[in-house]
Design a protein around this ligand. Structure first.
Ligand code: GNR
Ligand code: NI
Length: 170
């Protein structure tokens, strides 16, 4: 097990489009264990491989209260979306300290492989639906701040770069 480094916006590697996992191999088992450990340590509810600089379609999620219901989605695809959408407050481990509203489908159905390479169907609403949509955006190279206005995004970029500079000086 190992903690992985989470890329931080505006790192250009966050805009890489992930490739499908061709077959679930031992290295993916290691990656999944490390991503779960990293997600729990960072107190996140989800983590996409893109955020740890691995550009394959793999995400881990745990939206449970007790943080004991890990979900692994490999090559996820959304097969159904509700008609309704709502704006929810989102945050991102790659954009620490920033929270803002993003419109998402209220409910979705997704198909994916699990950690054993078996097919699974996930019906999600509430926070889980939001999280799956947020993580699948990461796999397409998209960070939630890209839904915000250009002005907000510029301010966020400036704030993130300032934070980084201060960490380097400290
Ligand atoms: O930990 C996270 N919380 C969160 C809250 C609202 C909407 C989406 C998320 S995902 C985020 C973890 C993360 O950055 N995943 O990519
Ligand atoms: Ni995120």
């Amino acid at each position: 097990m190992a903690l992985l480094n989470i890329l931080r916006y505006p790192d250009p590697r966050l805009h890489t489009v992930a490739k499908p996992v061709v077959s679930v191999e031992p290295r993916h088992r290691t990656l999944i264990a490390d991503m779960l450990e990293t997600m729990y340590e960072a107190k996140g509810i989800g983590l996409a491989a893109t955020q740890v600089d691995v550009h394959e379609r793999l995400i881990v999620i745990d939206t449970s209260e007790d943080r004991n219901q890990p979900l692994v989605l490999i090559n996820p695809r959304i097969v159904w979306t509700s008609a309704g959408r709502h704006v929810n407050e989102e945050g991102c481990l790659s954009v620490p300290g920033i929270y803002d509203g993003v419109e998402r489908f209220d409910a979705i159905r997704a198909e994916a492989l699990d950690a054993d390479g078996r097919g699974q169907t996930i019906e999600a609403d509430g926070l889980l639906a939001v999280c799956i949509q947020h993580e699948m955006d990461h796999l397409l190279g998209k960070v939630f701040v890209e839904y915000l206005s250009a002005l907000k995004r510029t301010r966020i970029k400036t704030k993130m770069l300032k934070q980084l500079r201060e960490e380097v000086r400290a």
